[in-house]
Design a protein around this ligand. Structure first.
Ligand SMILES: [Zn+2]
Length: 92
């Protein structure tokens, strides 16, 4: 019964709270428009995390939550994910 926590009520409440605060995107610093389609628009609000979940960040901790554009959030994720996978054990 362990579903995706992003579908849970606490997570959705956190998303709604963060969106309502109207903070600008923490990645690029520009305002996030509220009247765009959140599922498709590149500048739509998304909930990002200061400490990525893959690094042990808390999905539901408001202190770890940041507002971000969809575009910024996904580009940041694409950039950091491969580096996390890299092994740091290559010694010459
Ligand atoms: Zn942005």
């Amino acid at each position: 019964m362990a579903g995706n926590p992003r579908n849970g009520r606490p997570y959705r409440r956190l998303v709604a709270t963060m969106k309502a605060t109207g903070h600008p995107c923490w990645i690029c610093g520009h305002n996030i428009p509220a009247n765009v389609d959140g599922r498709t628009h590149p500048l739509a609000f998304t909930l990002d995390h200061l400490v990525p979940l893959s690094r042990g960040g808390d999905l539901l901790d408001p202190a770890n939550a940041r507002s971000a554009h969809r575009r910024c959030n996904s580009s940041r994720g694409n950039r950091t994910a491969p580096r996390v996978q890299q092994r740091a054990s290559r010694r010459w």
